[in-house]
Design a protein around this ligand. Structure first.
Ligand code: ATR
Length: 284
């Protein structure tokens, strides 16, 4: 076996960490591409985050993926950050450069963008309903703007948060941002080409969103960024209504690809084989 990558080690840091699919995902690519490396899961509480990251850098790690609850702390720790991390105020990837610099990136928006590119026809000039106004919604707005969406209705349970988000990001976007209360779903849903759930509703252990999908057009696509369970109550309902759906696994796989490339120096591919591997783990 030819080995490349010279034993590079990276990590994924979160709290808790046992549910992270990153080790499995990177492990699949390491095997497939015959790279001599490892991605180590590290459960690190909030108060130890900065100290741990600096120790990992000293220990020769090439970088870390960062997950809940550390994305804002990761952004704060980075010496330089990409535009997506700046806009989100959060980083999910820290790269340790040989000169000691820590580079922060946010690959969530790229992940969603690529998942949408693979899953549906062009969004150029289209209308999107974005459910939620938290950190995940910020990343989604970036992706939708890059894909040329004309209008994005931001629907949030607490409308004031949707208004703040639209005010903060609106000036930098080509897409028109229209903040609303989630209670106004019925008034705007009929205009949607795409509905994206970025809330945690429907995630394992969380109550689902109660939305009337009969008001959607037959051509509307529904995407949920939640991937546990893979078929969320929202996606199940959308399928039952005969709508096209995109699950959260696409975004997860596509957001991981730039991290793998940064850690191990090889560009991986998102393939049906990788999806099947992750689906098996999710169903186990
Ligand atoms: P993240 O960074 O993952 O987006 P967050 O910042 O805590 O997490 O945001 C969670 C989002 O899910 C918010 O938009 C939240 O709505 P509120 O701002 O009104 O609280 C939304 N959310 C969570 N549970 C929800 C539910 N049961 N129904 C509707 N929205 C929900």
């Amino acid at each position: 076996m030819t080995l490349t990558g010279a034993g590079k080690i990276a990590g994924v840091v979160g709290w808790p960490i046992r549910h992270s699919l990153s080790p499995l995902l990177h492990g699949y690519w390491l095997d497939e591409l015959k790279v001599d490396g490892a991605l180590v899961p590290l459960g690190v509480p909030r108060e130890d985050f900065a100290r741990t990251v600096l120790a990992l850098r000293r220990a020769g790690f090439t970088g870390v993926n960062v997950t809940v609850p550390h994305k804002e702390a990761a952004f704060a720790l980075a010496h330089v950050a990409d535009a997506a991390a700046e806009m989100a105020g959060a980083a999910n990837l820290l790269i340790f450069h040989p000169d000691g610099r820590i580079e922060g990136r946010n690959t969530d928006a790229v992940g969603l963008r690529e998942s949408l590119r693979a899953g549906m026809s062009s969004l150029h000039g289209k209308t999107v309903l974005l459910l939620g106004a938290g950190g995940a919604a910020r990343g989604a707005l970036l992706a939708l703007n890059e894909l040329g969406a004309a209008k994005v209705h931001i629907l949030n349970r607490h409308a004031d948060k949707a208004v703040s988000l639209a005010r903060a990001l609106g000036p930098a976007m080509q897409s028109e941002l229209l903040p609303e209360s989630l209670a106004h779903w019925r008034d705007v849903a009929g205009a949607a080409d795409l509905v994206i759930n970025t809330t945690s509703a429907g995630m394992k252990g969380h109550a689902p969103l109660e939305l009337d999908l009969t008001v959607l057009r037959d051509t509307t696509t529904v995407l949920d960024i939640v991937y546990n369970p893979l078929e969320t109550p929202l996606l199940k309902q959308a399928k039952g209504r005969g709508l096209k759906t995109i699950d959260g696994l696409g975004m997860l796989m596509h957001q991981a690809a730039p991290s793998f490339e940064a850690f191990f120096g090889v560009t991986p591919k998102v393939t049906p084989g990788l999806r099947a591997h992750l689906e098996k783990a999710l169903h186990a």
